[in-house]
Design a protein around this ligand. Structure first.
Ligand SMILES: Nc1ncnc2c1ncn2[C@@H]1O[C@H](COP(=O)(O)OP(=O)(O)OP(=O)(O)O)[C@@H](O)[C@H]1O
Length: 304
């Protein structure tokens, strides 16, 4: 697989309506090889619909979608066959086939089949008929069908559905490895805490509009650092910090101090007061909190 950095996918000004209901409104984004983009948004926001449009499963009313510079529409989608793997909603599986036989519907290449079965740790049940599979086993098989040919782009709608924590980690690590080899992923999920461990770019859709699209690194860097201190004398420490103009508050996990750029004067000052530390750390800010803050700011920005 080539790690081509040029645009793999371009979605330009896509608008789509079902009857009078406008489901996607002027959606624009692009993806390149090796990118892992997360799509998040409330129920009914349009996440599945944009994925379906990219797969030529629904017709857009305005705008264009291209993959490797070729247009994708319900009538014109040859480029998808060799380059895209997808799992949208529930995997379409034949109950009386075995997992192996299902995978063979996608490819007969034995080394690819063996690779994906080992990568997703499915060998214990791959020769059982699918009607005996649990929800998580079916989901893994659906993911395996999307990955087996190592396509350039993999689209996964809620891939963590029904997976146990071990399988979630397995999938996450696998996606990261494949992305390093150049495979691009577009993934939707409601489990933000899981998504943030794997994606490098996040796109938030709300009411059919892209309301935020940003690199995770930028999102995290823009956040103010928060220091958490647990001490033997919190009240005394708080008084000293406030007197020295630190923005701080007493919270459940300790004293939280915002925007600390240099630790030494703060620690030296408190130690001089006789305060002893039982814990010093950074407060982790999760994706949900960051996004809510960012979205709050952008909504405020629009109102102002
Ligand atoms: N075939 C259809 N005909 C009419 N309306 C549809 C159709 N498919 C989806 N919709 C509507 O389009 C909107 C977007 O649906 P979509 O499935 O893309 O949302 P989503 O963001 O994936 O939601 P969820 O998180 O619940 O999966 C919803 O209001 C839905 O009711």
């Amino acid at each position: 697989m080539k790690t081509d950095q040029t645009k793999l996918v371009m979605v330009q000004d896509v608008t789509l309506h079902y009857g009078r209901h406008v489901v996607l409104k002027h959606v624009n984004f692009s993806m390149k090889a090796g990118q892992i983009m997360g799509v998040i948004g409330p129920n009914g926001a349009g996440k599945t619909t944009i994925m379906k449009a990219m797969l030529g499963l629904v017709k857009v009313n305005q705008g264009t979608i291209t993959l490797l510079n070729e247009r994708v529409t319900p009538q014109h989608h040859a480029v998808l066959a060799d380059n895209v793997g997808a799992l949208i909603e529930n995997p379409a599986l034949y109950p009386f086939l075995t997992g192996w036989q299902q995978l063979q519907l996608v490819t007969k290449n034995e080394s690819q089949l063996k690779w994906v079965i080992a990568a997703l740790q499915m060998s214990a049940y791959i020769h059982q008929t699918v009607k005996h599979y649990s929800l998580g086993m079916r989901q893994k098989l659906g993911i395996a069908m999307a990955l087996v040919t190592k396509p350039k782009l993999v689209i996964l709608d809620e891939p963590m559905n029904g997976l146990d924590p071990q399988s979630v980690k397995l999938l996450r690590d696998l996606m990261k490895r494949l992305a390093q080899q150049g495979m691009a992923f577009l993934i939707s999920s409601h489990i933000l805490s899981e998504l943030e461990k794997v994606i490098d770019t996040v796109m938030v859709i709300d009411h059919g509009r892209v309301v935020l699209q940003t690199a995770m690194q930028d999102l995290q860097q823009n956040q103010q650092q928060k220091l958490v201190l647990q001490t033997t004398a919190d009240a005394q420490a708080l008084t000293w910090l406030q007197r020295h103009h630190y923005a701080c508050s007493q919270q459940a996990d300790g004293l939280v101090v915002m925007g600390v750029t240099s630790l030494t004067p703060l620690l030296a000052g408190l130690i001089a007061q006789g305060v002893q530390f039982t814990y010093i750390g950074e407060q982790a800010v999760d994706l949900e909190t960051i996004l809510l803050r960012q979205l709050g700011q952008s909504v405020r920005g629009e109102l102002e």
